[in-house]
Design a protein around this ligand. Structure first.
Ligand code: ADP
Length: 272
């Protein structure tokens, strides 16, 4: 009787949840379609304004400034539409995902190369610290996108002359990719809200730096898609550390004293 009522309960709960699941899937599809449709007119709008700006000598300076605003705002809206599309695809699992062996050290180097110019502009130094070569199974493009969100934030919310450090650490069966900065930090009352979409501590600063309030949500969804998770710790006015934890696929341990390298492979069930 117990087994029967348990199975019956599960069946009924599943049936009761079906409409909610359908509504959620429809909503995600609508967001994906809407953001996809928005991107083309926004691109055209920006292109038109840029063409007009080529003849800026024919305009009043005030009109030229208005056209520049149109370019900036349409750029910002395009970024929001692209981010919403990425999130909707990650939510529904419809994003194309490769399954490759990805070296965290190579990922970190590639990430640093991409943000180096931005960091130099703000006199921020970026370091990579790792003792071992850690490998995970995943999509290199998505993982790089997640790392770029963290690096971009670590630079945007930093002080001029500050620093950013990327650590790659093996912890049991997990590989940690950690981005720490010496920036403005986040007050404790905001920390629990940071998973919410569009939540920004300082909206003006985020917007001025080109932020949309969706970066951390994207990085978190990418970590979850890879059977991992994202955690954030911060001290106001001291700095922030954001960690992406992923299942470890393999590790190359260097014994620097003996000048040897040992490779250990992890069991498939520990990878995605
Ligand atoms: P945004 O596009 O606004 O940067 P995110 O989702 O990436 O959006 O981040 C959400 C908010 O979290 C930011 O607006 C900022 O207030 C805060 N934040 C994220 N990373 C950091 C960091 N490294 N240092 C300080 N604040 C941060």
């Amino acid at each position: 009787a117990l087994i029967g009522s348990g199975a019956g309960g599960l069946f009924l709960a599943n049936r009761a949840l079906a409409p909610a699941r359908l509504a959620w899937a429809n909503q995600q599809r609508f967001i994906a379609d809407a953001s996809h449709e928005l991107r083309t007119p926004l691109t055209l709008l920006r292109a038109d304004a840029e063409v007009l700006l080529r003849g800026r000598q024919n305009f009043d300076p005030e009109d030229a400034a208005l056209l520049e605003d149109i370019v900036t705002e349409s750029n910002h809206m395009s970024t929001i539409a692209t981010n919403l599309l990425t999130l909707a695809r990650l939510d529904t699992g419809s994003i194309h995902r490769e399954h490759e062996i990805v070296s965290l050290a190579a990922l970190a180097q590639q990430g640093v190369r991409r943000v180096q110019a931005l960091a130099e502009q703000r006199h921020i130094t970026i370091r990579i610290e790792s003792n071992n070569d850690l490998y995970v199974v995943g999509d290199p493009t998505l993982l790089e996108q997640a790392l770029l969100v963290l690096l971009d934030n670590a630079i945007k919310y930093n002080h001029t002359g500050g620093s950013v450090t990327i650590h790659t650490i093996a912890q049991g069966t997990q590989a940690l990719l950690e981005v720490s900065d010496t920036g403005i930090g986040i007050a404790s009352e905001h920390l629990s809200h940071l998973g919410e979409r569009f939540y920004r501590v300082d909206k003006a600063r985020s917007r001025e730096a080109g932020g949309t309030g969706l970066g951390l949500s994207i990085a978190r969804s990418i970590a979850t898609t890879h059977a991992g998770k994202l955690t954030l710790s911060s001290i106001a006015r001291q700095g922030t550390t954001v960690t992406i934890m992923l299942p470890l696929a393999a590790i190359n341990q260097h014994d620097r004293d003996r000048k040897t390298t040992e490779t250990r492979l992890y069991e498939p069930e520990q990878t995605i």
